[in-house]
Design a protein around this ligand. Sequence first.
Ligand code: KPL
Length: 311
Amino acid sequence: MIADPTLSHWHILGAGAIGGLWALRLHSIGCRVTLVERAPLSPERHLQLTDNSHTSCHDFPVVAANAAILPLSPLLITTKASDTLAALTPLLPRLNAGDTVLLLQNGMGIDDWLRQQRPDLQILTAITTDGVFRPTRDHLVMAGHGETLIGGDTAVEQEAALQIARQWQKTGEAVQAVADIQRRRWQKLAINCAINPLTTRYRCCNGALLDMPEALFAMQSICAEVAVVMRLEGHPASTASLFDAACAVARQTGTNTSSMLADVQAKRPTEIDFMNGHIVTMARKHGIDTPANARITAEVRALHPHPAGSN
Ligand code: KPL
């Protein structure tokens, strides 16, 4: 497919499973796509996607994050939350005021950090229920088509989210711009807080949590604290609604290894600081304790050495 010069030229930081998927999807509708990496292994990456029996592939140009590559906007960030600060910091001086940055990743906290560093950027956030795994670095296998929701906090950002959603819908995927992206991100965060670290504690797939009374009790305690913090942050939530949603997702993704357990098994840093750790931080800002989240955060952090100075 020849790139259409009237379509956006996307830069993707962190082309793992979701980033690689969107690289191929955006390429399929004629967008130019460049991958941005901290330490590129080669000037091109051959990404391949298997979706049922259909395979698509493309060679994408790769540029180093610290190389002079302007303009970078729109920039899609799909790094794991735990890798984002290191990956994004060298890019910050290369972003211009008003540039669009779209964060599509698990967990929360990175957008706040980015807004503090660069209040002049147009920062959008997105969540997805697409399921994709990577048997090898550059081979993606679609596990299930989900929905991607994009939004922004200001009217201008919401308009930008709408434009991006319209463009991404051309891929044929379920993509929507939503006015309440923060509420939806909190709901997704609650589900991740209730499932991911407990699969790590019990070394089990998501669905197995539902068969363990002690895991269900811990899920409920975590949800109760998340609901309090959500309400303090201005988002309606109850323990029952978050717990029910977490149980439903654990059931639907029953045989999945959660991303956190996969990280622990592969001895990679986890996203705990951007999930339950974020709840603890936000609760402290409001002057309250969240012992169930603090305990599981400490437990998961102890599994992997964290850089000195990180909280
Ligand atoms: O998002 C997930 C994750 O593993 O990070 C869930 C929803 C728990 C599915 O595995």
